[in-house]
Design a protein around this ligand. Structure first.
Ligand SMILES: Nc1ncnc2c1ncn2[C@@H]1O[C@H](COP(=O)(O)OP(=O)(O)OP(=O)(O)O)[C@@H](O)[C@H]1O
Ligand SMILES: [Mg+2]
Length: 249
């Protein structure tokens, strides 16, 4: 037996970090031009790995929404590169970026961004149809996901007929439907009462598996106990990173 093999058998393996789901390098964002120019992101390098729930926290205006919009390919940086689930999206045209997003990403907007004319069921099913599922499979999966977020009795309501917290959960179901590798959310618990907020974060925590991850922007310190890692932003930079030991089940 070689020394290397003996070592491999006697030393417990180091925890293997999950694969990188999204990586940003040298990302800057400047809104506007001339005297009105605002530097929202100074120079950010960050990666989010599978197997982890990462929180992004920081004061209002520190650049959190800007950063996740760029990581998700919803906005172009002024400089720098972003790799999303293996694709360098800063090098791709809009159509290809949208295809990467559809395939790998679920995004929960702070303002929900639901289709107002569609029922809760159709809001979720439409996204699954865009991912390529048949109408029947999309409807069945949408029904199951809405049931999972506690909206099994609101399938045929339109957004205008739902409360803020219910709309937030339709948006969550839409992001989770199709089981994307990465879910990114902006203030997903802000509009929710304590109990519903805890239910939503528990559902997002359940989405974290060895091959999937979640990145959440939040001001809500109650979410910290669900996180593996907390990134702190200030003035367009990530200024601190903290790891939290989670009991793995
Ligand atoms: N479309 C825009 N045009 C010009 N400036 C913008 C635009 N969007 C954001 N900004 C500015 O960029 C900076 C970062 O904004 P961003 O929305 O990313 O902050 P945030 O950390 O998400 O804040 P909050 O916690 O209040 O949501 C702020 O100074 C903001 O005023
Ligand atoms: Mg924001």
């Amino acid at each position: 037996m070689s020394a290397a093999t003996a070592t491999a058998r006697t030393v417990p393996p180091a925890p293997v970090p999950g694969r990188v789901l999204v990586r940003a390098l040298g990302v800057q964002k400047i809104y506007g031009q001339g005297p009105l120019a605002t530097t929202a992101l100074a120079e950010v390098a960050v990666e989010v790995r599978a197997g982890e729930l990462t929180l992004l926290m920081g004061p209002s205006g520190s650049g959190k929404t800007t950063l996740i919009s760029i990581l998700a390919g919803l906005m172009r940086p002024s400089a720098g590169s972003v790799e999303l689930c293996g694709a360098c999206i800063t090098d791709l045209d809009e159509a290809r970026v949208a295809a990467v997003r559809r395939r790998h990403l679920g995004f929960v907007f702070q303002t929900y961004n639901l289709f107002p004319a569609l029922t809760a069921l159709d809001n979720v099913a439409t996204v699954l149809r865009m991912k390529g599922l048949s109408a029947a499979r999309a409807a069945a999966q949408a029904r199951a996901t809405l049931g999972h977020v506690g909206l099994g009795d609101r399938l045929h309501h339109r957004p205008g007929e739902l409360s803020g917290g219910q709309k937030q959960r339709v948006a969550l179901a839409r992001a989770l439907a199709g089981d994307p590798a990465l879910v990114i959310g902006d203030e997903v618990t802000a509009a929710l009462d304590g109990a519903t907020g805890m239910r939503v974060i528990a559902i997002l925590r359940e989405h974290v598996r060895p091959d999937t991850g979640v990145l959440l922007v939040t001001h809500d310190h109650r979410l910290e106990v669900f996180a593996d890692r907390i990134l702190a932003m200030e003035d367009g930079r990530i200024v601190a990173e903290r790891r939290i030991a989670q009991e793995k089940t």
